[in-house]
Ligand binder design. Structure first.
Ligand SMILES: C[S@@+](CC[C@H](N)C(=O)[O-])C[C@H]1O[C@@H](n2cnc3c(N)ncnc32)[C@H](O)[C@@H]1O
Length: 218
C-alpha cells in the first residue's frame, strides 16, 4: 500500500488523490449560491471540469517547478488545488491564481483553498476577465481556461500582449481565434493547446527593424 502523505492540513493517500479531490470539490448542485450572483448576459455559467481530467491537464500544461498557473474563471478552484497538489507529489512546487467574477464562487473557492491549507500558494481574485485590467498576466507561465469561444476571443488580445514567451495556454472544449493558429500545438475535440512565441530578441535583424541606424560618434 502506498504511504500516506500529510500535505498542508490534509492527509493524502497518493493512490486515492482523485477521490480526495472529489470529496473536497463536490458536484455544483451541492452549492446553489452562485446562481444568485448578479451577472451580465455575456458571462458564462459555472460548469466544472471533471476532477478525473486534472492529471491529464497537469501533464498537458507541462507544469514544472516554479511555474505560476492561472485559471481564467476558476469556479470552485479545483484546477488550482488539484494542480498544486499533483505537482507537489511529482516534486514540483508551483503557485496558482484563480480569476473569478462571481462573488459567491470567489468566497467558495477561497474556503476550499483554506480547507486544504494552501493559502500561501493559491490566491483567488475577484476579476472580470472581460473588463478588468489584466496586466498581471505577465507573471503566468501556464493558463487554463474553460470558457466559450467568444470569451476566448475577447481575452485573446490580453493573453497575447502580456503572457511571457513560452507560456502554455490550455483551453478546454473551446478554441482560440484564428489568429492564434500560429501558437497552436494541439487540436483535439476536448483540448486546444497553444504556446506563446515571441520574436527572438537576440536576433539583430529583429532589433533593428523599425529603427534607423544611430550615428556612431566619438
Ligand atoms: C465553465 S466554468 C469553469 C470553471 C473552472 N475553471 C473549472 O474548470 O472547473 C467558467 C467560470 O468562469 C466564470 N466566469 C464567467 N464569466 C466571467 C468573467 N467575465 N470574468 C471572470 N470569470 C468569469 C464563471 O463564473 C465560471 O466559474
Amino acid at each position: 500500500m502506498a504511504e500516506l502523505v500529510t500535505m498542508n492540513r490534509v492527509t493524502i493517500d497518493p493512490t486515492r488523490i482523485l477521490e480526495h479531490l472529489e470529496e473536497i470539490f463536490p458536484d455544483r448542485e451541492k452549492f446553489q449560491g452562485w446562481k444568485k450572483d448578479k451577472i451580465n448576459s455575456e458571462d458564462i455559467p459555472w460548469i466544472q471540469t471533471s476532477i478525473r481530467k486534472i492529471p491529464e491537464i497537469v501533464n498537458m500544461l507541462e507544469i514544472k517547478h516554479g511555474n505560476k498557473l492561472l485559471d481564467m474563471g476558476c469556479g470552485d478552484g479545483r484546477i488550482l488545488v488539484g494542480s498544486v497538489i499533483l505537482a507537489d507529489l511529482a516534486g514540483y512546487r508551483i503557485k496558482a491564481v484563480g480569476y473569478e467574477k462571481r462573488p459567491s464562487l470567489v468566497q467558495y473557492a477561497r474556503e476550499k483553498v483554506r480547507v486544504v491549507g494552501l493559502e500561501d500558494r493559491i490566491r483567488i481574485e475577484q476579476v472580470d476577465i472581460l473588463h478588468d485590467d489584466l496586466k498581471e498576466l505577465r507573471k503566468f507561465h501556464r493558463v487554463y481556461m474553460y470558457l466559450y469561444d467568444d470569451t476566448n476571443s475577447a481575452v485573446a488580445p490580453n493573453l497575447e500582449m502580456y503572457l511571457p514567451n513560452g507560456a502554455i495556454v490550455l483551453s478546454m472544449d473551446y478554441t482560440m481565434p484564428r489568429s492564434w493558429e500560429k501558437y497552436r500545438v494541439l487540436s483535439r475535440s476536448d483540448y486546444n493547446k497553444f504556446v506563446i512565441k515571441r520574436p527572438d530578441l537576440q536576433d539583430p535583424l529583429t532589433l533593428l527593424r523599425g529603427h534607423s541606424p544611430r550615428k556612431i560618434t566619438e
